[in-house]
Design a protein around this ligand. Structure first.
Ligand code: DAH
Length: 347
């Protein structure tokens, strides 16, 4: 064995020792660090263990076996550390079979607005364009705002348990707490808090204890309207309702005001539109779309508004009825079934 051979072997051994320390101590805490680790030690071209393996022939014959074994041990250690580190990452999103980036993407199902939401937004937009602000009130309401302040006499049938869902019975404080039967109570809340001129609409959900059928349901939606100022007349009311009907049902919409009665308006009317339907003998029929009238002076006085100085009109309409007309829906219950085949037609 020559001197030279020995010094080569020593150098290779020293390199191996240094390598073993590094192999043992390198931190493998990310996928990237494992990949770098593999390349640094095992890659064919630049791997440091690979390089030492290539140097085996340089080592003197009597040291060669031991040298070879030590390198192989180092190589096994690298491999087992890689395996161990990799298995601790498995299960996260990038593990598993290789991704095929040429596959088409998954379809993202798009939701749609409920037809009631469509109709509510449309109606709100129309009245906002006339200068109405949007007001809100609670769905759990007291007797005062839902009935008394709206001039309902104490024995009015609408207060009956048959029609009204009570949360606290009528005998309790405030004459009971109930699920509001209409949005008209928001009129009272607005007038309690604002001085005229007042011009608001109040969209929202209402509840009635009614027999469920194709045309009535235990809950539905209304939009209330209220305009109070000096010199407001029935002509203003007719003008705004006519403009609204033209926007919703077309310029040539045929409509009529029919005298009616509500406790909180005097005079009162109901508004019908002529719904064309060739299947009917008359080629159509009158459909009621809202109630309206001039705010009763009693109601104004009840909230401290001088009824000698101010007058106002009010109206209230059912949204379901209007949505059903617009979208050709003939059973109200389908609006509350959440059948996706129905709902996805409105996207
Ligand atoms: N609140 C009435 C109802 O639920 C609708 C209504 C009629 C509202 C006349 C009004 C109105 O503001 O003036 O049937």
């Amino acid at each position: 064995m020559s001197e030279q051979n020995n010094s080569v072997a020593d150098a290779a051994l020293a390199a191996l020792k240094a390598l073993q320390k590094e192999i043992q101590e390198t931190v493998l805490d990310t996928r990237e660090s494992v990949d770098e680790y593999r390349i640094r030690f095992l890659s064919r071209k630049q791997g440091q263990v690979t390089a030492l393996l290539k140097r085996i022939p340089e080592v003197a014959a009597e040291h060669r076996k031991q040298f070879g074994q030590e390198i192989n041990a180092a190589k096994s250690l690298v491999e087992s550390r890689i395996e161990q580190a990799s298995s601790s990452f498995s299960g996260d999103a990038t593990s598993g079979p290789e991704l095929d980036f040429t596959l088409p993407g998954r379809e993202v199902a798009e939701g749609s607005l409920h037809p009631i939401t469509h109709a509510l937004r449309l109606i709100t937009k129309v009245f906002e364009s006339y200068g109405f602000a949007v007001a809100e009130g609670p769905e759990a309401e007291d007797d005062w705002h839902n009935f008394s302040a709206l001039n309902f006499p104490p024995d009015h049938p609408a207060r009956d348990m048959q029609d009204t869902f009570f949360i606290e019975p009528p005998e309790s404080d405030h004459g009971g707490i109930l699920l509001r039967t209409h949005t008209s109570g928001v009129q009272i809340r607005v007038m309690e808090n604002q001085k005229p001129p007042i011009r608001v609409i109040a969209p929202g959900r209402v509840y009635r204890n009614e027999a469920i059928s194709y045309k009535s349901y235990c809950l539905f939606h209304q939009v209330e309207g209220l305009y109070v100022d000096e010199g407001v007349t029935m002509a203003d009311l007719k003008q705004i309702i006519h403009a609204f009907a033209r926007t919703l049902f077309g310029e040539d919409v045929k409509m009529r005001f029919r005298p009616s009665f509500f406790p909180f308006t005097e005079p009162s009317a109901e508004v019908d539109i002529w719904w064309k339907d060739d299947a009917l003998p008359d080629g159509g029929r009158w459909m009621e779309i809202m109630g309206c009238g001039m705010v009763d002076p009693n109601v104004l006085e009840g909230v401290g508004i001088d009824s000698e100085k101010y007058t106002g009109y009010a109206f209230g309409m059912g949204i379901e009825r209007i949505a059903m007309l617009r979208y050709g829906i003939d059973d109200i219950r389908i609006l509350y079934e959440n059948d996706i085949r129905f709902l996805e037609q409105f996207s």
